[in-house]
Ligand binder design. Structure first.
Ligand code: R5P
Length: 296
């Protein structure tokens, strides 16, 4: 191949090819060979151009960061000058403080690693809690954030008449506000106390939910307990329907069942993580953000 501007791991071929098409880029796969002993070897496309994008959404990370380390370092050895990571979902952003001595602050370590490898990192609705800007977590030349909230708000408004958006915890205000303001929707934010991975206590806001179509909007559904706990309370207060809209569907079969059994009618998500609940694509927004960075 003569030039490979966007390279990708083969598990994510469809999304990468769609993005390459939107950005009018050449593309090529990073080949992976797995050895019997658990080690692996990568091979990048030949003849990379001087600016390269690596597409890799980082849910279920296991050895994804090691793959990125190998691929990014190899791209540099091959002469790549500008290296961009496109990671629609960026894992490890939630672990941003040590609550016990010796506890790992994963956000800082992953942020430093990515900053040592890339010139630009772009992601979607990273979970930033105690910091406000992505560059504080990833000290890189350009740390770009795209939000899926307006898109999810728009989708909710298409599907339900005059929906009421509710964020399940104080951190969700950053997404709820964007979704509501962009689509002129009512919104409110609940309070959450997390006792454990599986035990979550929600305190609903005072806003009336009776006879409303409520859409719970959040960045992530993982175990599903945050959303499931809120649904129960909202239905008991007389909401007509409750749907869920999340940017990143980190939803396994158990979570899906939990959410469905809680009374949620629909689960809507973006393709930042490929899942059967995907209803909107965030890739056009990512393409626009990267193309406008290149114009500056
Ligand atoms: C954390 O505050 C996030 O915004 C989500 O609310 C949380 O990650 C959801 O996790 P789970 O689905 O496991 O309750």
């Amino acid at each position: 191949m003569n030039s490979a501007d966007l390279i990708y791991f083969q598990s994510q071929t469809m999304s990468a090819l769609f993005l390459a098409k939107l950005m009018h880029l050449e593309s090529g796969p990073i080949l992976r060979h797995d050895f019997l002993d658990g080690e692996f070897k990568l091979q990048l496309p030949e003849n990379l151009s001087s600016s390269v994008y690596i597409y890799y959404t980082l849910d279920h990370p296991s050895d994804k960061f090691l793959e990125l380390l190998f691929a990014a370092r190899t791209a540099r050895h091959m002469g790549v000058q500008n290296l961009t990571l496109i990671a629609p979902y960026l894992s490890y952003m939630r672990q941003d403080a040590a609550f016990h001595p010796g506890e790992v602050i994963s956000q800082r370590i992953i942020g430093d690693l990515l900053a040592s490898l890339f010139d630009v990192v772009i992601t979607v609705d990273p979970h930033l809690h105690r910091i406000t800007k992505l560059e504080e977590a990833i000290p890189v030349e350009h740390a770009l954030v795209v939000s899926a909230a307006p898109l999810l708000g728009q989708f909710a408004a298409l599907k339900r008449a005059n929906p009421l958006l509710i964020g399940p915890d104080s951190e969700s205000i950053q997404w709820i506000e964007q979704a509501a303001l962009a689509n002129q929707l009512d919104y409110a934010v609940a309070k959450k106390i997390r006792h454990s991975d599986e035990k979550v206590e929600i305190k609903l806001p005072k806003t009336k939910v009776k006879d409303r179509h409520v859409v719970l909007l959040d960045d992530i559904a993982s175990s599903g307990h945050t959303l499931a706990s809120a649904v129960d309370l909202i239905l008991r207060k007389g909401a007509k329907t409750v749907d869920v809209a999340v940017t990143h569907a980190l939803i396994n079969a158990d979570t899906y069942d939990l959410l469905k059994l809680s009374g949620i009618e629909n689960i809507w998500s973006t393709d930042s993580v490929i899942h059967s609940t995907n209803v909107v694509s965030i890739l056009p927004d990512i393409a626009r953000a990267l193309m406008s960075l290149n114009k500056d």
